[in-house]
Design a protein around this ligand. Structure first.
Ligand code: NAD
Length: 494
């Protein structure tokens, strides 16, 4: 069986690792490879390589850094098919969906190609007589990324292109369930001309994460994953004096008002709830049907859910692949059962779905639950699977209050024909990313991505301008070239 190793200091290595974990193909339900699990000493080796590389990379010119980014971007285009196949094989998502995340991730590289503009500072002429002030930003040093399974390439790409273009060196600990895409990315960076040690991949589990959080040689940690681990990472890494970005889980609501185009809303809700088998941090898991929208919406959603073709991600024509593990499949099945037990109406039941020839695969069909209420586990828990719950409310105010009372605040959407309702919704809702007739409002690379409340711990969103700020620190320089003798008075602006 293939063993997926680490990438440290510009080369593949097993370092000192002896532990391994299986990497499954969720469509067949068997391990396709094993991945090495790093020991703390392996993290030390990677950080030492990154620290050494920082001496030159941190001082390299903007032209050198952007040249590498442009070349890396071209290689991501060239290897799109291969990357999509790798992602689909380890995660289970359909190939088109895998391509989608490659494209969205590549957009961050394109943003990083323009790092020279993003790093421009300000200049104030003559703030006092003969005195000017300017500021500029410098890289932090060695920074680390810890990423989830559900976007094997896009989420790491939210981090390392900006960090590296800003002059940092990087140690990535990808999800141990989907390690291969980032291993290939490491080789592409090397081909693009990135010097050894600037980008390192250390595969591993909690042992590697804890070693990163405690490591005195790491200046900042970017984390994306579930809320309990985001809180843990934030607490431990800030306690050791690091900067931390920590993005957590979600329970995203889409509100459908009676004046919405119901066909349009149901179409988009179906894709946003069941695409990638519901394993997206911006997936819609709760539809909020307002007033008379409810019955019509359920009728169309039921029809649409039944049309979804479930099967292996690499087979053309499938809309939805398996979930990532048997444990995830079991969680989905149990959630639907508990929903029914607690009083929800199971309109579409995906629990019994079997895919011919793939009986051991981690497949589960789309499920649609109606009359979900806020006390139910199906409402409260992040199921992270293909389950869409519908809550019925009477007014837009009630819908907004419901969303604002939810502990998560990652994404939300409103479907309406009313500009006034949409404006009120976006101003009053306590959520970081909002769609108006757009169900998955993932911001473009030149904005920043981040939720509110339990969906983002601390205060730093990711990529875009916030990413540049996170991976750099500013200096403000006050300059005078004197042509007279200095006095002893406190500096004033006259
Ligand atoms: P996870 O929290 O289980 O794992 C994320 C990372 O943390 C992995 O690299 C993993 O190895 C590590 N990890 C897991 N358990 C740990 C522990 N006990 N101690 C230290 N490290 C640990 O998340 P996941 O299941 O891989 O991904 C799905 C979750 O990520 C969902 O909750 C989803 O909403 C969230 N997510 C959020 C965003 C966002 O932008 N807010 C984006 C993608 C995914």
């Amino acid at each position: 069986m293939k063993t997926i190793d680490h990438w440290i200091n510009g080369a593949a290595t097993t370092a000192g690792s002896i532990r391994t974990a299986p990497v499954y193909d969720p469509a067949v339900g068997h391990a396709r490879a094993e991945v090495l699990l790093a020991e703390p000493s392996d993290v030390d080796t990677a950080v030492a390589a990154a620290a050494k590389a920082f001496e030159a990379w941190g001082d390299s010119s903007l032209s050198q850094r952007t040249k590498v980014m442009f070349a890396f971007r071209e290689l991501l285009v060239k290897h799109e098919d291969e990357l999509a196949r790798i992602i689909s094989a380890e995660h289970g998502k359909v190939i088109d969906d895998a391509r989608g995340e490659i494209v969205r991730g590549r957009e961050i590289v394109e943003y990083a190609c323009g790092i020279a503009d993003a790093l421009k500072g300000g200049f104030s002429d003559q703030v006092s007589r003969d005195v000017d002030v300017h500021d500029f930003r410098q890289p932090l040093g060695v920074v680390a990324g810890i990423t989830p399974f559900n976007f094997p390439i896009m989420v790491p790409l939210w981090m390392h292109p900006i960090a590296i273009a800003a002059g940092n060196t990087f140690v990535l600990k990808p999800s141990e369930r989907v390690p291969s895409a980032s291993r290939l990315v490491a080789e592409l960076y090397a081909e693009a001309g990135l010097p050894d040690g600037v980008f390192n991949v250390v595969n591993g589990d909690k042992v590697a994460v804890d070693a990163i959080l405690e490591h005195p040689g790491i200046d900042a940690v970017s984390f994306v994953g579930s809320t309990p681990i985001a809180k843990y990472v934030h607490e431990r890494a800030t306690a050791t004096g690091k900067r931390v970005q920590a993005l957590g889980g979600a329970k995203n609501h889409a509100v459908v008002l009676p004046d919405a185009d119901l066909d349009y809303a149901a179409n988009h809700l179906t894709a946003a709830a069941f695409g990638s088998a519901g394993q997206r941090c911006m997936a819609i898991s709760i539809g909020v049907a307002v007033g008379s929208a409810g019955d019509g919406l359920i009728e169309i959603l039921e029809r649409k859910a039944a049309e979804i073709k479930v099967g292996p991600g690499h087979e053309a024509g499938n809309d939805m692949g398996p979930v990532v593990t048997e444990a995830a499949r079991r969680r989905v099945i149990d959630s639907v059962a508990l929903g029914a037990e607690q009083g929800a109406t199971v309109v579409v039941d995906g629990r019994e779905l079997r895919v011919n020839g793939h009986e051991d695969g981690f497949f589960v069909g789309p499920s649609l639950l109606d009359h979900v209420t806020t006390e139910m586990a199906a409402y409260r828990d992040e199921i992270f699977g293909p389950v869409l719950g519908i809550v019925r409310v009477s007014t837009l105010d009630e819908a907004i209050a419901l969303i604002n009372a939810n502990p998560y605040g990652n994404g939300t959407a409103v479907f309406t024909g009313s500009g006034e309702a949409a404006r009120r919704f976006q101003r009053e809702v306590k959520v970081g990313m909002i769609g108006v007739n757009v169900p998955i409002p993932v911001p473009m690379s030149y904005y920043s991505f981040g939720g509110w409340k339990d969906s983002l711990i601390g205060d730093s969103p990711i990529h875009g301008p916030a990413g540049v700020r996170f991976y750099t620190r500013a200096k403000v320089v006050t300059t005078r070239w004197p042509h007279s003798t200095a006095g002893f008075h406190f500096p004033t602006s006259s």
